[in-house]
Design a protein around this ligand. Structure first.
Ligand code: ZN
Ligand code: ZN
Ligand code: ZN
Length: 370
């Protein structure tokens, strides 16, 4: 992580805090903390928090036994003040000391409720609120180093998809296939597998099915949606739908081609200046005009970065204008309950007057000789 990026992120946060007329921000371990400090801390019962006064220097408040870890974080190495608390001390009072006389304080959206309430008790005169768009507005526009990291994550998950014939075979259960895929996600360049969806036959009609003991049969369409986190913290997420063992049913082939056309139309149209909802609509229109509109039951996509799902959401009702540097999924699906389903998902990054797809394995219907 580049020190200059950290200081410009902190500067932008403080400007946003001032614009929002709040006195400070408190961030516990999670992707917001990693974004602002480079510190990949775990969340435990003891308080670890970044405290950012709107007019003042930020501090890292950490348990004494985690001092060595905190001091190795990019923010501490760049000179951020680190303050420790022992097990018999009041960690929340220590955090509150950095925000004396604060009346309005924001906390990160994923702070444990227990910690938010304890912080509130330590600052009785302050009103706490979720940071919400204050942080997500910053995080959703990626810098060049972040785009590089997302590109690497995309290439890593593509390598897993390109090995799918090794894993996905007639006679195996979804669970066995998923276990092999999870190992491959790590082997191909992630520090962990975040999720593995193997939806065979009728299970493919449930978009967030994970796995089951169903045995894969010849001719089954199988939705494989997989992702992991890379060492840099950036996530991958890519879906391909395969047919295993023999040719697919004609009704499946018919709607798969429509889905492919919809997803291509969306990737072709994605560009800065377009609103999120108009990008959603273009795919929905292709699918609806072919008569499958009732079977595309979710939004088109989600932003991705240090979290798999983050802003911007590509959804009807969002008039957000897309900007260069935004990274998100384009993942329309068609799901026929009780029968089968299909989804095609690529991560794209907006730049210039278009979108770069970070996933590049074939989207044409692929029959794996199972
Ligand atoms: Zn999803
Ligand atoms: Zn996915
Ligand atoms: Zn996704």
């Amino acid at each position: 992580m580049v020190t200059a990026d950290l200081s410009s992120r902190m500067q932008r946060v403080k400007t946003a805090l001032a614009d929002a007329a709040v006195d400070g921000l408190v961030v516990c371990p999670g992707s917001d903390l990693r974004y602002l400090t480079g510190y990949d801390a775990e969340s435990f019962e003891r308080l670890t928090a970044l405290v950012v006064p709107t007019d003042g220097d930020p501090q890292l408040v950490v348990p004494a036994l985690e001092l060595a870890e905190a001091e190795r974080s990019p923010a501490a190495l760049a000179g951020m003040d680190v303050r420790t608390h022992g097990d018999t001390e009041d960690a929340y009072a220590l955090a509150a000391q950095s925000l004396p006389a604060a009346r309005r304080v924001l906390v990160d959206d994923h702070m444990w409720a227990q910690k938010a309430f304890a912080l509130q008790s330590a600052m009785p005169k302050a009103r706490l609120a979720a940071a919400g768009s204050l942080l997500s507005d910053l995080r959703m526009v990626k810098g060049p180093d972040e785009v590089t990291s997302l590109r690497r994550a995309g290439a890593a998950i593509d390598r897993v998809h390109s090995r799918m014939a090794q894993f996905l075979k007639v006679g195996r259960t979804e669970r066995d296939v998923a276990a092999d895929i999870a190992d491959a996600i790590v082997a191909e360049g992630h520090v962990r597998a975040d999720f593995v969806i193997v939806g065979s036959g009728p299970n493919g009609a449930s978009p967030h099915h994970s796995v089951s003991d169903r045995v894969i049969e010849a001719g089954d369409p199988v939705v494989v949606d997989i992702g992991g986190t890379t060492a840099a913290g950036y996530c991958s997420d890519c879906t391909r739908t395969y047919v295993v063992g023999s040719s697919a049913a004609p009704d499946f082939v018919e709607y798969y081609e429509i889905l492919l056309e919809a997803q291509r139309a969306q990737c072709d149209l994605a560009r800065p200046g377009l609103t999120a909802e108009s990008l959603d609509r273009v795919g929905r229109k292709v699918i609806s005009e072919a008569g499958y509109g009732d079977y595309f039951i979710h939004r088109t996509g989600h932003g991705i970065g240090l979290d798999t799902h983050e802003e911007p959401y590509i959804v009807e009702g969002s008039t957000l204008a897309l900007q260069p540097g935004m990274a998100f999924s384009i993942e329309p699906g068609i799901y026929l309950p009780g029968r089968h389903g299909a989804r095609i998902e690529d991560i794209v990054v907006l730049a210039g007057d278009g979108a770069e797809r970070l996933n590049t394995t074939t989207r044409e219907l692929t029959i794996l000789e199972g």
